[in-house]
Design a binder for this molecule. Structure first.
Ligand code: SF4
Length: 235
């Protein structure tokens, strides 16, 4: 498996402001909120500790629900087989921006700075998604250079793929190496952590005009949705 940490922190104030919702730019006209936001942006370089761990696994078989890997693990659920049909390998990965965000969010909350806690929570979610998206961009190019194609990425819990498959991610990737852990509730620690699976094949996958949000039950409501149904930041 490979561990990557080279994810630069790009503090694009407009993009980060957009993570707080459409009305946030108006709220920033209030001096107190603008000061809180500025303080949060100033903390980011000290909080941001990005790590991503990933590996590639050969596929032995596939049924309508899941993949059987050569190592004997069965993984998948929800739309996984439909989206990744034809994959001869799968890439599994997990990433985080680190525990310092959890500590700071809680510190803000406990000291009564609830707005700062909420803003930082949204910013941290945006940053961990950026880590994952940067990886997707890089691995897509790497695979294309090798004459291979990638499917849409899917994640346990972001579709009808049950979040309990995180136990398999932990067994296969051992993300304890990047200080991630899993609670019995399947909540990953640090809180700002994500997982993903991509199919790899010698031919392009179908459904290339879709995004992972098109398979997510939250697609119409989620603030970050890239689905056409979503009334979101991406509109
Ligand atoms: S709709 Fe939201 S929660 Fe669902 S996959 Fe897209 S970004 Fe993630």
């Amino acid at each position: 498996m490979t561990i990557e940490t080279d994810f630069s922190l790009e503090v694009d104030q407009n993009a980060i402001s957009a993570t707080q919702g459409k009305g946030f730019s108006r709220l920033l006209e209030r001096p107190k909120i603008a000061k809180t936001f500025e303080e949060i942006l100033g903390h980011l370089p000290n909080l941001y500790e990005p790590h991503l761990i990933w590996d590639i696994f050969s596929v032995k078989d596939i049924d309508e629900k899941s993949f059987l890997l050569e190592n004997g693990t069965t993984i998948g659920g929800g739309p996984v087989s439909h989206v990744m049909k034809g994959a001869t390998q799968v890439i599994l990965g997990m990433c985080t921006v680190g525990i310092k965000f959890d500590v700071k969010i809680e510190e803000y909350y406990q000291s009564g700075k609830k707005l700062a806690s909420v803003i930082l929570d949204g910013v941290a979610s945006f940053l961990v998604d950026q880590v994952r998206e940067t990886f997707f961009k890089n691995i897509t190019q790497k695979m294309l250079n090798e004459g291979k194609f990638l499917s849409i990425p899917l994640c346990p819990g972001e579709s009808l793929w049950d979040v309990s498959d995180h136990t398999k991610f932990f067994k296969l990737l051992q993300p304890e190496q990047i200080n991630m852990s899993l609670k019995e509730s399947m909540l990953m620690i640090p809180m700002k952590s994500l997982s993903f699976m991509l199919g790899v094949a010698a031919q392009p996958f179908e459904l290339k005009d879709k995004t992972r949000c098109d398979f997510c039950p939250m697609q119409a409501k989620c603030r970050y949705s890239q689905s056409k149904l979503g009334k979101t930041l991406c509109d």
